[in-house]
Design a protein around this ligand. Structure first.
Ligand code: NAP
Length: 548
């Protein structure tokens, strides 16, 4: 882990530093929010960022193979033509280092860094009923006050490290993929155990296996994966993106998931088995998340989904040579894409290597960690390094970790004891003037994140502009509107196959004790965009606004 930056500023150290807005986080969301408030509305804003650089999730996730699953030409801001013209991605999917370079480029181009405080992890944020201001305190004791508090903390930034007995006694080294050392980890000659086979584990295992003496993958839930088919982008493709960006952007804004590909309008049931096979084979060869778009009903109709699921399971059996390993890898207990579908580079092929083994911890649960390794009821696997690719306390974890207090000192963690409750994923009743970019109840993680982020930031910016222009001191959702939105989020999930994956992090099921509530809005980005626009057009329906 990088060493902590010493304070280079006395701002907020002896008396509160006062701004119109405090924004927490300097990833895609925080950077754009700063630009909008400062450069479009002329407000003062300070970004507080725990890391020592911009990047958000990509500042922390530097594990082997870390790369975005969204194609690079769509994993981008769309608000500035100059920015689009000024940047060209090099590969079909951007790697973590290239995304950091992009976000640094954005921060420099719009001169954002002067308003960001790095190494400033928020310890507490409390609303003061008397002044109507938020008071934010960082771990290093600096204080900020602001009318608006905007959380841009990401959905997947609170590492989930399972509480396995004996971890403290392990004599080797261990790492969580979401808190990866900046200097990297040398696996040469090491016996490595990787726990987890989600999007992260599926990316990291092939890279670790190439360097390590031996890799054991501990799999609890077998997973589908489609080849990413990554590679350098041709000059022709880069030129095409520049020339056609308005149409690409229009596609990203019209599809349910915010990607630059469209979903077929055909049902899987309208194709013969031979036609389906051909379509799936073509999608497999093309690679990437658009496999989901092969038919319109793969995410909503179980029997349509079964056809894709069976195709993908048969691919695993074709690729993996050892029949028992292939059986374990293809013994998948949920519909395709009911958990976030990973894409990979040589994931299943990795299990054909002599130095890779698979342990099924659903059948043989991990019992403990000893100084020497990991113990299941099949015995002990001796290890030098353990890699936890075990995911995140998603969506609520980063917000609940900041000790947020609303009106009359009410704690967010108490308000959300039964599960998160927001209105549109944007605001929480009882927490005036706090906006949660891609909060629980927003489409966020079910979509291409920069698209979701831009929509949120622009909606929040318009809302704040409206408040400033009309002398409004306070906005917060009415309790009834938030209650209804929770029902709408549930109803939208129930229109899909997503709730059928009982162990998914969308439901909070990956963190022991977390309430099981379907958290993201599954109605699609286009529908959500219209709902938010209509709410604003009807005078911020469902919100209470109080004049100064
Ligand atoms: P994840 O999807 O939550 O996967 C965590 C894995 O660890 C699962 O296989 C899980 O098993 C396993 N696990 C957790 N606790 C365990 C325990 N106590 N014992 C054994 N196994 C355990 O996390 P992730 O892979 O980091 O991905 C999280 C999300 O981040 C993704 O869904 C995606 O949205 C995003 N992401 C995106 C990219 C990208 O764009 N390239 C890359 C990585 C991640 P169970 O399934 O049984 O719980």
């Amino acid at each position: 882990m990088a060493s902590k930056t010493p304070d280079f500023t006395t701002e907020g150290a002896t008396s509160d530093a006062r701004f119109d807005a405090v924004i927490i986080g300097a990833g895609f969301a925080g950077l754009y929010q700063l630009h909008c408030l400062r450069d479009r509305l002329g407000l003062t804003a300070r970004v507080l960022e725990a890391g020592d650089g911009v990047g958000g999730t990509w500042y922390w996730n530097r594990y082997p193979g870390a790369r975005c699953d969204t194609e690079s030409h769509a994993y981008t801001y769309t608000f500035s033509k100059d920015l689009i013209d000024d940047w060209a991605w090099t590969e079909r999917y951007p790697g973590h280092a290239e995304i950091r370079r992009y976000l640094n480029h954005v921060a420099d181009m719009f001169d954002l860094k002067r308003d960001i405080r790095f190494g400033a992890r928020v310890a507490k944020a409390a609303y003061d009923d008397r002044t109507g201001l938020w008071r934010v305190e960082t771990e290093n004791g600096h204080h900020y006050t602001a009318k608006y508090l905007i959380t841009a903390v990401g959905c997947l930034s609170s590492a989930n490290i399972p509480n396995i007995p004996g971890l403290d006694s392990f004599a080797g080294d261990w790492y969580h993929t979401g808190q990866w050392p900046h200097e990297g980890v040398d696996f040469t000659g090491k016996r490595v155990g990787q726990i987890g086979t989600g999007s992260t584990g599926i990316q990291s295992a092939p890279v670790i296996a190439e360097q390590a003496a031996h890799l054991t993958v501990f799999q609890r839930t077998a997973n589908y994966s489609v080849p990413a088919r990554n590679g350098p982008l041709s000059d022709e493709f880069k030129a095409y993106v520049r020339k056609n960006f308005p149409e690409i952007r229009a596609t990203m804004h019209s599809t349910a998931n915010g990607h630059a590909f469209t979903i077929s309008e055909r049902s899987a049931h309208d194709a013969t088995p031979a036609e389906r096979e051909k379509i799936y084979e073509a999608a497999w060869n093309r690679g990437g998340l658009q496999f989901r778009g092969s038919f319109k009903d793969l995410t909503t109709d179980k029997s349509a989904n079964d056809t894709a699921a069976e195709f993908l399971k048969s691919k695993i059996r074709q690729v993996v040579k050892d029949p028992e390993t292939a059986r374990k890898l293809s013994d998948i207990d949920h519909p395709y894409a009911a958990k976030r579908p990973p894409i990979d580079t040589n994931y299943f092929e990795t299990f054909n290597r002599d130095n890779v083994a698979l342990v099924d911890v659903r059948a043989h649960p991990i019992q403990k960690i000893t100084p020497k390794g990991i113990v299941t009821d099949e015995g002990e696997v001796e290890l030098d390094i353990i890699v936890f690719a075990t995911g995140f306390d998603a969506m609520t974890g980063p917000l609940l970790g900041m000790n947020i207090q609303g009106r009359e000192g009410a704690l967010l963690k108490d308000s959300w004891r039964e599960g998160p409750k927001t209105y549109l994923g944007l605001q929480v009743a009882g927490f005036p003037n706090m906006f949660t970019i891609t909060g629980p109840g927003s489409p966020s993680v079910l979509t291409n994140m920069p698209v979701a982020i831009e929509q949120h930031v622009e909606w929040i910016t318009d809302c704040i502009a409206h408040m400033e222009a009309n002398g409004i001191a306070r906005i917060e959702p009415k309790a009834q509107a938030a209650e209804k939105w929770v029902l709408d989020v549930n109803a939208a999930a129930n229109e899909t196959l997503l709730p059928q994956a009982k162990h998914s992090w969308y439901l909070g099921a990956n963190v022991p004790g977390k309430p099981r509530v379907f958290m993201p809005y599954a109605g699609g980005m286009a529908r959500y965009r219209k709902i938010c626009a209509d709410v604003a057009a009807r005078g911020y329906e469902g919100f209470e606004m109080v004049r100064a």
